[in-house]
Structures are given as C-alpha cells and as structure tokens.
Design a protein around this ligand. Structure first.
Ligand code: PSU
Ligand code: MN
Length: 296
C-alpha cells in the first residue's frame, strides 16, 4: 500500500483526514465532469481543514491519496475494474487498475488508519431483487469507519436496505435530519436511528463504538442541500423508467448500479448532476468537520 506523504504526515500528527472513493469517478459520473468533481471534492476537504485521501488501485498497487496525474488518469481510463471486497485480491494479484466502491474504500481506509470517509450514496438492496444486496451493506457491518453519505439512491429498495443495516448492526445517524435521505431528494419517509446536530455529537458515538470494540461502521446520512434537491416526482419517474430498461436489457450484478446511475442522470439531465455534485461537496464538508472533532 502506498500512502501519499501528505496523508501519512497528517495521520502521524493526528490531524483530520477524509477518505474519498474512486468508483464514483470511474463508474458514477460522466467524463469530463468526473475529473472536475474529483478535484472539487479534494479542494472542499482542504478548505474544511482536512487532508483528502482518494483511494484507488493503480497497476495492482493500493494507493491512498492520489496525485493530480493519477486522478486525471483514472478519470480518463475506460478499463478500470469496479472494486468491492471480492475484487481487491483479483486486481492486486493481477497488477490491474481498480476503482474502489464504498466497501472497497472502507477496507483500505481502515487499514491505512483513515477514520472518516465521504461519498455520495451507499449501495443497498435492489428493488424487485431482494437477493441483490450490495456488498457495501455487509462491509458497513464489519469495518469500523465513519461513512458520510446522502443516504442511498431511490433506485434501491430503501426500507429493505434499512432492514439489512439493522441486521448488520449499523447505527444510522441523521445529520440535522430525522429522516433517512434518498440521495437526490431530502426525504424518504423512513426514520433514522438517531439525529445529531453537531460533529461533536457524531464523534461521541464513534468514540463509544470504538471503546465498546464494536466492528460496525457508523453511517452518517446528510440530506442534499435544499436548493439543489431534485423534485421527488421527477426523480421517481426517471428511476422507474431506468429500472424497466435494466430489466428489459437483462443487466445483472455489478453492472446494475452503474447502468441505473447513468440512465437516471441522462433522463433528468443537468438537474440530477447538480444535485449529485452538491451533495458530494456537502458530505465532504461534514466529513471534514467530524474528522476534526474526532482528532480533537
Ligand atoms: N451510488 C451513487 N453513486 C455511485 C455509487 C453508488 O449514487 O457512484 C457506487 C458506489 O461506489 C457504491 C457502488 O459503493 O456504486 C455500489 O455498487 P453495487 O450496487 O454494485 O454494490
Ligand atoms: Mn448492486
């Protein structure tokens, strides 16, 4: 594993570091917007007082904290494997390139000693396919990091996703909200386990988790900023159509999520991209504040 010197220095000094995933760069956002967003997320972490550590696998080498050249390479490459837990040994063993999902990023962040990780949405249970459960949910049950997200996308079955997280022992924190956010939209009608209004409140729960030696992650959910929210009916119409197309085309396994993300974004145009970028930036800022509270 290669840890960027800036990241390692911050870790050694106990200063705040925020991990970022790379699947959203390679499989979640369209080129060339993906590179702009990846850079903007790193800048947002810095402006909020944390060192960003984007995680990926480059030529089989697990890399924590990318250079701008490495970020550019990933954003432009077309043959990068989406890396969840099961993919890590394959990509490392074969010396290939891999972009880490939420699950993959959690594993690497934890080994590197990065305690807080910001992303857009976590994977979940797919609608109509209750056995297609994202490895993200099981990873959340076994790797004690703090994951900051905007909930899970409504392309998923949100009630079943929450059931699996309960079984996995993952507490769901609503950051300044009582409801589990639905990514593009602020509300899902589903309750969170606990509401926290400050980074210090979140840090207290994380410290208690570690003192109790509990393996599960802390999932902090933050609603998309109100001005950038997508109207719920617009989001739902695009999701319903994308799901029907995925069924008709027989799209399966790890290809399902990237397909749905791309279709929903095509169908809703700029509006969904705007919401996506806004929530990512917002999540990075919240993650930096939590990392700061944890390092105090
Ligand atoms: N949700 C998003 N954008 C994304 C993803 C999810 O809004 O880019 C990515 C994340 O990397 C997540 C992965 O970990 O998709 C989940 O894929 P799967 O359903 O195959 O586990
Ligand atoms: Mn899936």
């Amino acid at each position: 594993m290669i840890i960027h010197p800036e990241v390692q220095t911050a870790l050694d000094a106990g200063r705040p570091v925020v991990a970022l995933e790379s699947t959203l760069i390679t499989h979640g956002l369209p080129h060339p917007k993906n590179l702009k967003v990846a850079r903007a997320l790193e800048a947002a972490a810095r402006e909020s007082g944390a060192v960003p550590a984007t995680i990926a696998i480059l030529g089989g080498q697990i890399t924590v904290g990318l250079t701008d050249d490495q970020l550019t390479y990933l954003a432009e490459a077309t043959n990068v494997r989406k890396c969840s837990r099961r993919d890590l040994p394959v990509v490392v063993g074969r010396g290939e390139d891999g972009a880490t999902t939420v699950a993959g990023t959690m594993i690497v962040a934890h080994v590197a000693g990065v305690r807080v990780f910001a992303t857009g949405g976590v994977g979940g249970v797919h609608r109509g396919h209750p056995f297609d459960v994202s490895a993200d949910l099981l990873e959340l049950g076994r790797t004690p990091v703090t994951v900051v997200c905007a909930g899970a996308k409504a392309i998923l079955d949100l009630p079943l996703t929450l059931e699996v997280l309960e079984t996995q022992g993952v507490p769901i924190v609503g950051y300044r909200t009582d409801e589990f956010p639905a990514f593009y939209t602020r509300s899902s009608g589903l309750p969170v386990d606990v509401r926290c209004d400050t980074p210090e409140e979140v840090a207290a729960i994380v410290r208690a988790r570690d003192a109790l030696n509990l393996p599960a992650a802390t999932l902090v959910t933050v609603p998309v900023p109100p001005d950038d929210e997508l109207p719920a009916d617009e989001a739902e119409a695009a999701i319903t159509r994308a799901l029907a197309e995925a069924e008709a085309r027989g799209i399966k396994g790890k290809a399902v999520t990237p397909f749905l993300l791309a279709r929903v974004s095509e169908l809703t145009g700029e509006a969904s991209l705007r919401a996506n970028v806004a929530l990512l930036l917002n999540n990075v800022r919240v993650a930096a504040a939590i990392a700061t509270a944890l390092s105090a």
